[in-house]
Design a protein around this ligand. Structure first.
Ligand SMILES: NC(=O)C1=CN([C@@H]2O[C@H](COP(=O)(O)OP(=O)(O)OC[C@H]3O[C@@H](n4cnc5c(N)ncnc54)[C@H](O)[C@@H]3O)[C@@H](O)[C@H]2O)C=CC1
Ligand SMILES: CC(=O)C(=O)O
Length: 294
């Protein structure tokens, strides 16, 4: 955020006050190199009162071998206490959620806060979509910013690629594969597995992932603060689209200053629709014990 000059004020809140104090000091020392001034401090929940956005990335992360869904019990409890404190201080802005399992915790924030669904947004598959575009760009040797495609569903093991709508420069990925012998469907199948399992691969090597998601959250924050109407794959509440209701899940959506303006419903092929339905069912089953009406 500091590097891209996205915000005028940035407050860090953490159970571990010393850590947030240290982070604030460290970030402030980068100010002379930043594109614009930002006021950064470590604070407490009273600072949320007039915030435009509260980003929640607190809580437990995966240990090597753990799935995101394994974190649900621990992080749901933490979220109740965080959201209550934010709301008790009069917050009336937009929540962005990154903590895992992100789709279920976004639902939790919506329930606990009582805010309209449009103003509670999860990072969803924003990072998975970025990984997908990066790996496709690398494979076809094209700038990833010119690669268009979405990962949808749970941010986790049941996510899926929407191959039927993936393209580079208006040519479908299937067309690219047909054109040259060096490109193979098996490579693309493996490429998706590397997208899906990227977090495991990184956590095995360095314990946690942070740069990719940080840039994704900055992108989302900019889309909101600058009223961009950008299409991003976020965790959004579905009430009928994709045949699903009462679930937060990764889908392309238009994001602006009011939050989620609209969920875009892609025409999925049968295989994609079945996988998406399965993904939503896994999320619903996992969260059932925590939310009585689910
Ligand atoms: N959605 C995504 O794409 C991604 C999600 N994550 C998720 O983000 C979460 C955080 O991961 P890391 O930053 O690696 O963990 P971390 O352990 O580095 O940071 C978590 C912070 O939360 C704080 N915390 C714990 N309980 C708290 C509470 N009740 N109130 C306030 N602060 C509290 C801790 O003191 C700690 O500083 C995890 O759930 C992880 O899985 C991480 C990367 C990508
Ligand atoms: C940790 C996580 O959710 C990710 O890097 O995708």
């Amino acid at each position: 955020m500091l590097n891209q000059g996205v915000t005028e004020e940035l407050v860090l809140i953490d159970l571990n006050k010393e850590k947030s104090e240290g982070d604030a000091m460290d970030l402030n020392h980068g100010l002379p190199f930043a594109p614009s001034p930002t006021s950064i401090w470590y604070g407490d929940y009273s600072d949320c009162r007039d915030a435009d956005i509260v980003v929640i990335c607190a809580g437990a992360n995966q240990k090597p071998g753990e799935t995101r869904l394994d974190l649900v019990e621990k992080n749901t409890k933490i979220f109740k206490s965080i959201v209550d404190q934010v709301m008790n201080n009069g917050f009336d802005g937009i929540f962005l959620v990154a903590t895992n399992p992100v789709d279920i915790l976004t639902y939790a924030v919506w329930k606990y806060s009582g805010l309209p669904k449009e103003r509670v947004i999860g990072s969803g598959t924003i990072l998975d979509t970025a990984r997908f575009r990066y790996l496709l760009g690398d494979y076809f040797q094209v700038d990833s910013r010119n690669v268009h495609g979405y990962i949808i569903g749970e941010h986790g093991d049941t996510e899926l690629p929407v191959w039927s709508h993936a393209d580079i420069a208006g040519k479908t990925i299937a067309d690219w594969v047909k054109k040259k012998e060096q490109y193979k469907q098996e490579d693309l199948d493996q490429l998706f597995l590397n997208v899906r399992d990227a977090a495991y691969h990184i956590i095995e090597r360095k314990g946690a992932t942070y740069y990719g998601i940080a840039m994704g959250l900055v992108r989302l924050t900019k889309a909101i603060l600058q009223n961009e109407n950008s299409v991003l794959t976020v965790s959004a509440y579905l009430d009928g689209k994709y045949g699903q209701s009462d679930v937060y899940i990764g889908v392309p959506a238009i994001v602006n200053r009011k939050g989620i303006r609209d969920v875009i419903e892609l025409h999925l092929n049968q295989d994609e629709q079945e996988k998406f339905t399965h993904s939503a069912e896994v999320l619903k089953k996992t969260m059932k014990p925590f939310f009585s009406n689910n």
